[in-house]
Design a protein around this ligand. Structure first.
Ligand code: ARG
Length: 466
């Protein structure tokens, strides 16, 4: 019985008198999910072996044998010839065992002056650094799409909302540039996070450093890290960088979720502001008329999942004593899923945003309803010498009359308007038009078409300098 239920061949088996329980073996293994670190694990090993030879811990011949063997292991993995073994627990021990199969005893020297604790921390950072660079360019691509849309629709007028009630007219280009700003902050956050990702734990070994004369500056340089980490205990246990990344990702997802909510509303028959191209939508199996905005809905839904992973990681780390604990193995699945989910959402959005079809006439019609130029009328009265609070009161009465009579302010006659204040004259109609209203907000950050064009031009320069 015990033989069937147990396995052997552990690289750490020396002090054990019985094999690991078969269930425990599967329960504690991470190879099913950490094998995606294989490339960066091998890069880390190449740098480590190179450094060990430079300081004389390995001979040059041993180094060359190891590098050749690692190259073959990488080929095996990439050609699908590598069989991952749960008995060998994780990506690190799988690769090392295969290396030793290939090159013999020299393979066993690779792990000199290193532990899986600093190895895994290094692998995750290398892996995440590459993903960060991919995500950064996906954000830029999406932002370029936003700029194209904003430029195209710089003059398009829609109702701006507060409390989802019509507030004041804005340009659609201005609205899209608000989305752009959110992503610009996200990009900055990502670049800031990258600085703390790009610090090298390797050399911390299990927790206290190593007795070999290692050159951590050299390894860091070989791997493109900015510098080696400062403290060995912190190095093997720190996962702040992963949490920071997930916090960044949660904010991006929260922004995309807000945009999604708007797209879903706008695409409804009730708003009728936009059309999403068919290729981003699906139908209903029962209701033939349906065209559902699945992409924005899914993105909105996935935002919860990403923030959930952020919370998982915070909870994972909060009670751990120094230094490495097996708990840390639980960092990978949330982090990987955040990366995959975020990349998927950015890709979908990058494709969809420039293809949004705007129903300008319908937007303008909506802005015409709902007294969106009421503030403009109040401002007009102020210019004519009425104190703002009184002007507010006057316009409130005019709006009440409009609600009763079914007329927008711009549809009332001069005589009707003059009933509310005798300073109102013929020129009032200039400010009651939607075009007049948006064009008058012509300052940095305002909604005037001219300002939208300026903002787009500045944003293009900013993206070009990335
Ligand atoms: N698979 C482990 C992880 O993901 C690697 C480090 C294991 N270290 C150890 N001492 N058990 O964290």
């Amino acid at each position: 019985m015990s033989n069937e239920n147990q396995t052997t061949e552990k690289p750490w088996g020396g002090r054990f008198s019985e094999p690991t329980d078969a269930f425990v073996e599967r329960f504690t293994a991470s190879v099913d999910f950490d094998q995606r670190l294989y490339y960066h694990d091998i890069q880390g090993s190449i740098a480590h072996a190179t450094m060990l030879a430079k300081v004389g811990v390995l001979t040059e011949q041993e180094r060359d044998t190891i590098l050749q063997g690692l190259k073959e292991v990488q080929d095996d993995i990439e050609q699908g010839r590598f069989e991952w073994s749960v008995t060998l627990e994780d990506v690190h021990m799988n690769i090392e065992a295969r290396l030793t199969d290939k090159i013999g005893i020299t393979g066993k020297k690779l792990h000199t002056g290193r532990s899986r604790n600093d190895q895994v921390a290094t692998d995750i950072r290398l892996y995440l650094r590459d993903e960060i660079d991919i995500i950064a360019s996906e954000i830029t691509r999406l932002q370029q799409g936003m700029l194209a849309l904003a430029e195209r629709e710089a003059d398009t007028i829609m109702p701006g909302f507060t409390h989802l009630q019509t507030a004041q007219p804005v340009t659609f280009g201005h609205h899209i540039m608000a989305w752009f700003e959110m992503l610009s902050r996200d990009y900055e956050r990502l670049m800031d996070c990258r600085k703390r990702v790009n610090v090298m734990p390797l050399g911390a070994a299990a927790l206290a450093g190593t007795t070999y004369p290692i050159d951590r500056n050299l390894t860091a340089e070989l791997l493109g890290f900015d510098r080696p980490s400062n403290n060995s205990l912190d190095s093997v246990s720190d996962r702040d960088f992963a949490i920071e990344f997930c916090a960044f990702a949660s904010l991006v997802m929260s922004h995309l979720s807000r945009s999604s909510e708007e797209l879903i509303l706008w695409a409804s028959a009730q708003f009728n502001f936009i059309d999403l191209p068919d290729r981003f939508c699906t139908g209903s199996s029962i209701m033939p008329q349906k065209k559902n905005p699945d992409v924005p809905e899914l993105v909105r839904g996935k935002s919860g999942r990403v923030t959930g992973h952020l919370i998982s990681l915070l909870m994972l780390m909060k009670s751990q004593p120094l230094a490495y604990n097996k708990d840390n193995q639980e960092d990978k699945e949330p982090l990987f899923d955040v990366i995959d989910t975020l990349k998927g959402c950015l890709k979908a959005y990058g494709d969809m945003v420039p293809a949004i079809q705007v129903k300008a006439a319908s937007m303008e019609e909506a802005a015409r309803r709902g007294f969106s130029t009421a503030t403009d009328l109040a401002d007009y009265l102020v210019v004519k010498g009425v104190p703002f609070r009184d002007a507010h009161e006057v316009v409130g009465k005019a709006v009440a009359y409009g609600v009763e009579s079914g007329k927008d302010l711009s549809e009332m006659s001069l005589a009707e308007l003059a009933n509310f204040s005798d300073v109102i004259t013929d020129d009032v109609f200039d400010v009651l038009t939607l075009e007049g209203s948006v064009s008058a907000r012509d300052h940095i950050g305002g909604t005037a078409p001219a300002q939208v064009r300026k903002a787009v031009a500045a944003a293009k320069e900013m993206l070009a300098a990335r």
